[in-house]
Write a new protein. Structure first.
Lengths: 477, 486
């Protein structure tokens, strides 16, 4: 029997607000334990939450970017469970009435575009963090993260393969980072993903029994975990077994998923509306105002790059992977007017050098305008492509303008025909044997002459002109 | 008349005239406390030193002409679930024994800013769950009128302290009648403002959608004075509302001629003491004489009130009390290696029987599969009860009811019978479910000499009308100079 995987993903994204969702404490990562806390986020007796408006604004941005409907009225709820990192014994979240619903994102699968539905986006507070000292043994709790705002983005169960899952995640990640509402750091946990997976016989409507996968901290691991889990479930079903509904943890080292201990997942969260917070009212006017602040999103940008710059889809994909990179490319292309050359330089030399020097796009030592000028200098024949690489190295090191470097190094091309003719005449005269060979039909020797000309001119001769003049002279001999 | 028998407004006048000082009043109160506290037991914590210091500061302000208003220099008591950073806040529970809050509740800040002298923290049913103050971990409080009887609850200590002269006025909290019921039993005035009128920030939560802070005082004018100080929007409480705070005292003495007083037929229930009914009739007569019209009205969903209340209250409590887990503050059971054991033994040792009962009821009511039948249904009942009141206040200005079905009962009489105990709140909890303001004021005595109270209710944010009617009624009722024989 052929099985079809049914996958739904739940993404938790930490929002980049300055303060926490229900109090004024800082959200900054990496501060000394419990230094960013107050009675409210510590859950002291008698405290009350006060909603941070910026959190709602950021959540609405994301909801609009993935085509969701924003609910004019949504509701805060309490999710009740005991854990030492949860100071109030409940998490404030949204349950029955989330902020936004019914959205979608486009993914690419086998060269085709497919829409993955987004069931809902809601806001909630993050929990603190436990630090275990196995030696004593003792556990400590750090509440700096308690109350850091999160949005949860829940997909419809419309993902049909691990590849689609990974692509869906990349799309969400890219949008969040584009909107500058999440730093997208998967290792620090600011972008987390849980997956629901089940299999069903191909053609069947109803879903099979699902498992929930947790603890995957990279795109690659999400894909690997999904692949593993699909194989595991397939094996069970093909051998007449039944999949157990459970939560399983991905073990990176083992490359496998393992069931979480039963006790930890036997939760009845007893959701109910939080009486401390009035229902959240979002006016259409507010939504419109936020909508106007949305930047061009990566998918639109990609389409525009292909359309307006005539660059290949692959280039557009790479160049729109971050807003800064896309902006840089556009500035280079605008300066030199040669989009494909601009694309090649940005994707090759710029990205390569940034990676090598471990720099971010905004730390790039070569200004987009300077790179544009360099490309222009190649195009108008002032320097050769080969020399341009050398100039670029110098630009990277010193930050100087290409024209300045070329002048300092005396690197302008020789494009004066009479000067080139003189050099060529001298070389032909000095190498009669090779001239004979050429005349005898050994055309390979042509390259030898070009090399000699370049050597004599220290590489500054315009190659096209050298070719033309050489051909003409040799032909006339 | 001795100093401890005075009201806020009479002391205000004597202070203004320079006849006495705040220090003298405060000393007189502490002398009274020494004389009666071992019999009444109104307090969990006394704040003697800081009270004297506040009184001295108040006197210095007065000398310089910098007095801050009617509460400046007046000794008041706080129910022990209002957070104070300079004295423990126990909520009457073992689990918070010796717990020091890192901050002051909003109302405490306001009282301090108004110059009030804080005497201490009063006894209460554990986490405000009870109607007799018998569920306190720190022992029972006795009714000053009859030491064999309960003072009511949960703000029993705040009520007994006012009645016994152990403070001039006090703050309590009212979730289902916890201010009005003990006020009635102790023969004092108890007022629960509109939900959202007074900030709950720093009030340790029992049932967040029902809890409201209010006052226990010797008369209506004092009630108006305290409300004027503690009311108002607080940005730290998203459920407090930005309604302007009127000068409530201005409404006193205006009379109620031409007003319509509603008397709900549903409040004449089986089991109500005829003496309680008679108190309402006395009050109705007095209001008629003041020129008001008494009209029988219907609040048809009243009978579902107790059921709805005992689902919503416990449900919210089960969540609100989850934070007492032994991890960050409060009691922690020792010698537990496993997390689950730590939770279990801490909460088993830290909470009393009534609190556990309500946590279990609430947990059950919110459980998956039961939510719709219980919590959701109770919320719907609540909406219907709100509509009942909306309709009623379309016709009448205030509503008159008994505060409690009976006068104060005996210690131990109902403590083992929770259902009978829960009926104590039958007339008071509809105001909490609807969010409207309510007030209990003394209205005579039973044959046995126990105080009786009657309740007035008004529409949302109509505390001005409520006080206006109550003041008129207070003045019209026959004066009874009886004092508790302590």
């Amino acid at each position: 029997m052929e099985f079809e995987p049914v996958i739904g993903l739940e993404v938790h994204a930490q929002l980049l607000t300055n303060s926490k969702i229900f109090c004024g404490c800082s959200t900054k990562f990496g501060a000394p334990p419990n230094s960013h806390t107050c009675p409210v986020c510590l859950g002291m007796p008698g405290v009350l939450p006060v909603l941070n408006r910026i959190v709602v604004e950021y959540a609405i941005k994301m909801a609009l970017a993935v085509n969701c409907t924003i609910n004019p009225l949504s509701e805060w709820a309490r999710k009740n469970y005991f854990y030492p990192d949860l100071p109030k014994g409940y998490q404030i979240t949204q349950y029955a009435y989330p902020l936004a619903e019914h959205g979608w994102v486009e993914i690419e699968t086998n060269g085709e575009t497919k829409r993955i539905g987004i069931a809902r986006i809601h806001m909630e507070e993050d929990a603190g963090k436990l630090i275990h000292d196995e030696k004593i043994p003792v556990s400590y709790v750090d509440m700096n993260r308690a109350g850091v705002p999160l949005i949860e983005i829940v997909s419809e169960p419309e993902i049909r393969s691990p590849e689609e899952g990974a692509d869906y995640l990349r799309r969400l990640h890219e949008i969040l980072v584009y909107l500058e509402i999440c730093d997208g750091n998967m290792e620090e946990g600011s972008f987390r993903c849980d997956a629901n997976v089940s299999l069903r016989p191909k053609g069947q409507e109803s879903f099979g029994t699902r498992t929930e996968l947790k603890n995957m901290n990279s795109f690659r691991n999400v894909q690997r975990a999904l692949e593993y889990e699909i194989k595991r479930q397939k094996y069970i079903l093909e051998n007449g077994g039944r999949v157990v509904q459970e939560t399983r943890l991905w073990d990176d080292a083992e490359g496998a998923t393992f069931p979480m201990r039963g006790k930890e997942e036997a939760h009845d969260y007893r959701y109910f509306p939080d009486p401390d917070l009035p229902p959240l009212v979002v006016s259409s006017r507010w939504v419109e105002d936020i909508g106007r602040t949305l930047p061009e999103l990566p998918s639109e940008k990609r389409k525009r790059f292909i359309r307006n710059y005539g660059i290949p889809p692959y280039d557009a994909e790479v160049l729109t992977s971050s807003r800064a990179l896309a902006d840089y490319f556009e500035a280079v292309a605008a300066r030199c007017g040669k989009s494909k050359a601009a694309s090649n330089w940005v994707m090759g030399d710029i990205m390569g050098h940034l990676k090598e020097d471990k720099l971010e796009m905004n730390e790039c030592p070569v200004a987009a305008e300077s790179l544009g000028d360099l490309i222009k200098l190649i195009e108008d024949g002032t320097i050769s492509g080969k020399m341009a690489k050398e100039v670029f190295e110098e630009m990277w090191r010193s930050g100087k303008e290409p024209a300045v470097i070329i002048k300092e190094k005396g690197m302008e091309q020789i494009t004066d025909p009479s000067a080139l003719e003189k050099v060529i005449d001298d070389i032909l005269a000095a190498h009669p044997t090779q001239v004979e060979q050429y005349k005898g039909g050994k055309e390979k020797v042509f390259g030898f002459f070009v090399g000699q000309v370049m050597k004599a001119t220290k590489g500054q001769a315009n190659p096209t002109m050298v070719n033309d003049i050489l051909k003409e002279k040799l032909g006339a001999l | 008349m001795e100093l401890h028998e005075h009201t806020i407004h009479s002391l205000e006048e004597r202070l203004r005239e320079g006849e006495i000082t705040s220090l003298e009043i405060t000393k007189a109160i502490f002398e009274r406390i020494e004389a009666v506290e071992d019999r009444v037991h109104s307090y969990i914590t006394l704040m003697r030193e800081s009270a004297f210091e506040s009184a001295r500061q108040s006197d210095r302000r007065r000398e310089k002409g910098e007095t801050r208003g009617p509460l400046d220099g007046i000794p008041v008591a706080l129910k022990d679930l209002l957070c104070t950073k300079d004295a423990p806040t126990t909520c009457g529970s073992h689990i918070l024994e010796n717990f020091m809050s890192p901050y002051d509740a909003s109302v405490v800040e306001k009282l301090r800013a108004a110059g009030a002298v804080i005497l201490g923290k009063t006894n209460m049913d554990e986490f405000a769950m009870g109607s007799s103050t018998e569920t306190s971990y720190f022992g029972v409080t006795r009714n000053p009128w009859d030491l064999e009887r309960i003072p009511g609850g949960s703000s029993g200590g705040s009520a007994s302290a006012v009645a016994a002269g152990e403070c001039i006025a006090s703050l309590g909290s009212d979730t289902g009648g916890s201010i009005r019921q003990p006020a009635a039993h102790c023969g004092v005035v108890g007022m629960k403002p509109t939900y959202g009128r007074v900030s709950r920030y720093g009030l340790v939560a029992f049932a967040s959608s029902l809890d409201q802070i209010g006052s226990l005082t010797k008369d209506i004018e004092d009630s108006a004075i305290i409300l004027g100080v503690i009311a108002g929007h607080d940005k730290r409480d998203s459920t407090s509302l930005p309604e302007p705070v009127p000068d409530y005292r201005k409404f006193l003495g205006r009379g109620i001629e031409g007003w319509v007083v509603g008397i709900p037929e549903e409040y004449y229930i089986e089991g109500i003491d005829p003496e309680a009914t008679e108190a309402v009739e006395r009050a109705a007569e007095a209001m008629k004489e003041l020129g008001a019209e008494c009209r029988e009205i219907s609040l048809p969903h009243t009978r579902y009130g107790i059921a709805a209340y005992y689902i919503i209250g416990p449900a919210e409590a089960s969540s609100n009390l989850a934070r007492y887990d032994g991890i960050r503050y409060g009691l922690r059971a020792s010698g537990r290696k496993q997390l689950i054991d730590l939770y279990r033994s801490t909460r088993a040792a830290g909470f009393g029987a009534e609190v556990k009962r309500r946590i279990m009821i609430g947990t059950y009511a919110l459980s998956s599969g039961y939510y719709d039948a219980y919590y959701k249904k109770a919320s719907q009942v609540r909406t219907l009860m709100k509509r009942d009141f909306d309709d009623a206040f379309g016709i009448c200005d205030v509503i008159l009811t008994p505060t409690t079905p009976t006068a104060a009962f005996r210690l131990g009489e109902k403590i083992d019978d929770p259902l009978r105990m829960y009926l104590s709140d039958v007339f008071t909890l509809p105001a909490n479910l609807a969010g409207i303001p309510g007030l209990s004021l003394p209205c005579g005595f039973t044959e046995k000499g126990l105080p009786l109270g009657i309740q007035l209710l008004a529409g949302y944010f109509k505390e001005d009308k409520l006080l206006q009617a109550a003041y008129a009624l207070e003045k019209a009722l026959p004066r009874d100079q009886r004092r508790p024989a302590l």
